[in-house]
Design a protein around this ligand. Structure first.
Ligand SMILES: [Zn+2]
Length: 365
């Protein structure tokens, strides 16, 4: 009898914990079966830190977008009155004035997320972006953000190393794939389990015909140095004028087929990237074939920045209509929905575990 009571007592103690765990696991994973897509690449704010209220953005997601990787833009466009007078620039192409790293972006995103209900929060994966990737202290910034906002972030990025028109506008040291500061960031991301979303053009704009892509070999070496970090290479390395070379698909397939690069994924976000992929039935077919050979390695993203209405937000998804029609149902679902869920669920789980082991200890110091 005594044994029974001990057992019953234990059960009473344990049962609520089990229930709580079940609730937190299920509420942490929004069902996205009935949505059209999950968005692996979304900027709530623009280059001057303006954007829609997150509650209004939820209405834009509506019943079309299930989950969204949420971040600001860490590069603030300076309004230099000397240069631009009353013409206040809001985009990096609007001015010759410099861009600078704006760390407050992370706090802004965290507070926007925290203003949501638990069910609404489950639809977002906030990302840390407000660090200077040439600074050995960048990893400490990421640590500090996790410490200040535990339970919020899933990854880091989109952050930029080489980007047409952008890299050269940032004063100080030019970001580099060969910088130990960047390695330190990726090592810390691996330790915590943060998913990494990196923008790096595969080539310079207007390269000489037939020349080796400027950054491809550096990128592969960089990816190989970090086998334990989950990396998403944004835009498949393409840009507004960094256009796919004739063998771009071959270059991408070399990464996809390399057993040492299984931790590298590709997003197809940005209307400037979609324009190449839907430019001709042949271009669409090349991408579709690649996706069907490696269906687990691609993610859809919008790369919308501070959209003002639903139509603007959904534009890239509909721009890709020819691609969606070219994929078999299974690949299409993976690229639009399931790859996101697998990668971001895993990152969320790992980051929460890391936080429970590290953040409380840091706070009590
Ligand atoms: Zn980008």
């Amino acid at each position: 009898m005594k044994r029974f009571w001990l057992w019953a007592e234990r059960l009473l103690l344990v049962a609520p914990i089990v229930v709580l765990l079940l609730i937190s696991v299920t509420s942490g994973r929004a069902q996205t079966n009935n949505y059209e897509f999950n968005d692996s690449h979304f900027h709530l704010t623009n280059n001057v830190q303006e954007g829609p209220n997150i509650h209004d953005f939820l209405n834009m997601m509506g019943s079309t977008a299930g989950r969204v990787a949420l971040f600001g833009i860490p590069l603030q466009q300076q309004w230099s009155y000397r240069v631009d007078g009353d013409r206040a620039p809001t985009y990096y192409l609007h001015s010759d004035a410099p861009l600078y790293y704006y760390s407050f972006s992370d706090a802004w995103i965290a507070m926007a997320y925290k203003s949501l209900t638990k069910e609404q929060q489950a639809r977002f994966d906030p990302m840390i972006t407000g660090f200077n990737p040439t600074d050995m202290y960048a990893a400490d910034h990421i640590h500090r953000v996790l410490q200040t906002f535990p339970g919020v972030f899933t990854g880091i990025g989109e952050f930029t190393i080489h980007k047409e028109f952008v890299s050269a506008k940032i004063p100080g040291e030019v970001a580099s794939l060969q910088d130990p500061a960047l390695d330190r960031i990726l090592e810390f991301a691996a330790e915590v389990g943060l998913v990494v979303l990196i923008h790096n053009d595969f080539d310079i704009p207007f390269p000489k015909e037939g020349s080796e892509p400027a950054y491809l070999s550096q990128l592969k070496a960089f990816f190989k140095r970090h086998p334990n970090t989950t990396i998403i290479w944004a835009h498949m390395g393409l840009g507004r004028v960094v256009r796919p070379s004739t063998n771009h698909a071959t270059n991408i397939e070399e990464i996809l087929s390399d057993p040492d690069l299984r931790h590298v994924y590709f997003d197809i976000s940005w209307d400037e990237v979609a324009k190449y992929i839907v430019a001709s039935t042949e271009a669409t077919k090349i991408t579709a074939d690649l996706m069907q050979r490696y269906p687990d390695r691609f993610l859809f993203g919008t790369d919308a920045a501070a959209p003002t209405d639903q139509c603007k937000y959904l534009k890239v998804f509909y721009q890709y209509e020819p691609l969606w029609k070219s994929l078999n149902a299974e690949t299409s679902r993976k690229v639009r929905l399931q790859n996101y869920e697998r990668i971001f669920n895993e990152a969320r789980r790992k980051v929460r575990i890391w936080e429970s082991a590290h953040v409380a200890a840091v706070n009590s110091n």
